[in-house]
Design a protein around this ligand. Sequence first.
Ligand code: SF4
Length: 365
Amino acid sequence: MNGHPEARARRDYILEQKRGFGRRVIGVFPAYYPRELLLSMNILPVEIWDPPLESSHANAHLQSYICSVVKQGLELILQGKCRDLDAFLFPHTCDSIQNLASIVNDYLGIEKPCYFFYHPKAPYKESSRWYYIKQLEDLALRLEKQFGPLNHHEFKKKVEQGEDLRRTIGELYRRRAEGTLGLSNVEFYRILRQVEYLHPDDFLPVLTAILKRPPDRKSKGLAVIVSGILPNPPEVLEHLDRLGINVADDDFLSCSRRLLARPAISTVPFEAMADSYFGMQPCCTKGSAIEDRLKSILDKAKSSSAKGVIFQMVKFCEPELFDVPILVEGLKAEGLATLVIDTELNQGMSGQLVTRLEAFAEMIG
Ligand code: SF4
């Protein structure tokens, strides 16, 4: 992985953060976790979604029908490429991540602490908020044993910065949907995905500089919404750029589903974090009702004048597999074109995939 330019950039950044700021680093598996809590303890979260590796060791530990997010994550550990990390964090996203957490913590004999985070799932009850805050407090107590006491002043600052970041990302999405951002599909996600490892002190200025550029009012091209877990394989975006199709909004778990939220009401840090968590858009990994997710995608399509929705599925992703057939039916009933593609991470573009994207472009053109 370290030979890959993106992986090299991440590793250099991690080392710089350790040396320059005395930061500790936690490898975080998808998807929802209290980023601001970690940052306030001078811990840099580095997310593990789709490391670009040849899978050689992980298969021996996993069933053949597991998603490649889990497979690639385990491969990263087994190839010894997590040496610079001080610990791992496993949020309770799905059975597959749960299974991975158990393999890493209980069976691999890895000499690194593993933390678990059990966030509440829908349908939410009155007690869900209380439960979420208890989980945050409990995680803070466990982290304190390894990383030192939580500084409440710093925590408040990081929660405010998190709000600022969500607001700024929201503006980036708004400008893209109205067609004035001036970034290609590839550029948009290359920049946005730096959130997975950059400290907000470094990431926010990148976004602010983009938003300060004068609006680009070139033709928007054909607009679509893209849904799924994450924008991988990235070649799909390249091909959409080539076809003149503009991703006007998304419903990716790694992007809008967790990076955007209604503004927090409370200014008390744990309460504000709960406001954000419960103010995010619907998601299959949080047990949201499919009708809510359908409405959320339809709203995005309406406000960005999108002609269709592409579901970029990770093969064997169970939570998505439950939702997608019903979403497709609902979107079609509203007159939107749909395309479902099912890929492994980093698999590149097959000839068949190219043909299907081109046929979809013709259909909505
Ligand atoms: S791709 Fe799907 S099954 Fe795999 S870790 Fe993500 S949510 Fe879980």
